[in-house]
Design a protein around this ligand. Structure first.
Ligand SMILES: Cc1cc2nc3c(=O)[nH]c(=O)nc-3n(C[C@H](O)[C@H](O)[C@H](O)COP(=O)(O)OP(=O)(O)OC[C@H]3O[C@@H](n4cnc5c(N)ncnc54)[C@H](O)[C@@H]3O)c2cc1C
Length: 362
């Protein structure tokens, strides 16, 4: 069997590793001229670590990550501890996205990744799928996996009219930065602030710090991304209990503050055809207030590879994949919505850990 994966993001690369490990010849086509990983840090939860353990990459991954805990504080610095959950429900591994992408690309094998190779179309027949690339080349495969992110071309062809939509007023600002002189940061701090803000910082394995600021229902933005982040950081500390976040933002060069308008892929009625499947953000770009899109997405890749390796035919495998994933993500969306709709920081913290508990114990 021969597979083509469109997109060398975390999910596309992980899918390719799983497919190759299970004996399926796989080539990844990435539109960019390098394996890029915009977005600074990434939290990987136990469910994602289990996927990487299964793929034989767990130790390498832990070597480039730093264990961290997701406990929230309120805007006065008070720690919120939902009583009914265990320590494991709060634990994750923080990695640099770029280092993770490098590790995954090496594991796929750089020879199996085509850069500057953008999928622009495909034709499906009973016997194969023919993929069209920008520039005119075509590639034939038994199965095409669209891991091409929230703005997926594969999804737009499989399900016309399924464009990603703006999560109205939801913005994120983030960067990885070396802490300013004299400001040693030993532990992460994440705050649920006023005016529907969230944010804080987490130390990474190499002495740098990942900071992030998010806001639901933000007013129209004004000024540079750095200024926007700094203004919102004020809602995370109303009593002056923690000057570290403003100092980290201040220490970040303007052009290194990454700002995103959050985009969502609304629940899809289909994820597959006979020879084409979606995986990762292309199928389910989620709001990052649950910090889990990648952790969930890598599970798609492993499941798909297992089903393709064990089923009688591609169409059967893809149908089984869709039967599993649609109800699974219905639940993800319900739990995620519950977190978003929380009326108080305590309710948010409880609904958040209820979600992570569900995700890592399924
Ligand atoms: C602010 C923020 C914070 C987040 N924090 C976390 C977190 O802590 N933990 C977590 O688990 N998740 C987190 N997420 C979610 C996570 O970033 C995504 O779910 C994950 O990166 C999706 O990976 P992907 O491979 O599906 O898509 P992408 O990373 O979008 O990769 C898609 C790839 O496909 C390529 N591509 C696109 N179109 C084509 C084409 N036509 N042909 C070929 N290539 C193409 C792109 O260039 C790209 O390389 C966060 C998201 C945001 C916005």
């Amino acid at each position: 069997m021969r597979a083509v994966v469109a997109g060398a993001g975390i999910v596309g690369l992980t899918s390719a590793i799983a497919l190759r490990k299970l004996g399926i010849e796989t080539v990844v086509h990435e539109q960019a001229s390098e394996i890029r990983a915009a977005g600074a840090g990434l939290g990987l939860w136990a469910n994602a670590l289990a996927v990487f353990d299964e793929l034989g990459l767990g130790d390498q991954l832990r070597a480039i990550g730093k264990p961290a805990e997701m406990y929230f504080r309120d805007h006065t610095g008070e720690l919120i501890r939902p009583p009914e959950y265990s320590a494991e429900d709060h634990q994750y591994l923080l990695v640099h996205r770029a280092r993770l992408s490098d590790l995954l690309a090496d594991a796929v094998g750089r020879d199996n990744i085509r850069l500057d190779s953008r999928l622009i179309g495909y034709e499906e027949t009973d016997a194969a799928v023919e993929i069209r690339l920008e520039g005119g080349a075509t590639v034939a495969a038994d199965v095409l996996i669209g891991a091409d992110g929230a703005y997926s071309v594969v999804r737009s062809l499989l399900l016309p009219g399924s464009d990603a939509v703006k999560h109205k007023g939801h913005h994120a600002w983030r960067a990885v930065v070396r802490p300013p002189e004299g400001a040693a940061i030993e532990r992460g701090v994440i705050v649920l602030g006023e005016k529907r803000t969230r944010g804080g910082y987490v130390p990474t394995v190499d002495g740098t710090v990942y900071w992030l600021v998010n806001q639901f229902d933000a007013d129209p933005l004004d000024g540079t991304p750095k200024k926007q982040a700094a203004e919102r950081a004020a809602f995370l500390d109303t009593t002056g209990w923690n000057p570290a976040l403003p100092a980290l933002i201040e220490a970040t060069p303007d052009d290194q503050v990454l700002h995103n308008q959050i985009m969502l892929v609304p629940p899809l009625p289909r994820w597959v055809s006979h020879r084409v499947a979606l995986a990762g953000d292309s199928a389910h770009a989620l709001s990052p207030h649950i910090t889990a899109g990648a952790s969930l997405g890598v599970e798609d890749g492993l499941l798909l590879a297992r089903l393709l390796a064990s089923s009688d035919g591609v169409a059967d495998a893809l149908a089984a994949y869709e039967r599993d994933r649609i109800p699974h993500y219905r639940e993800v969306n319900e739990l995620s919505q519950r977190v978003e709709d929380s009326a108080t920081p305590e309710e948010f913290a409880t609904n958040y850990v209820a979600f992570s508990h569900w995700m890592i114990n399924r």
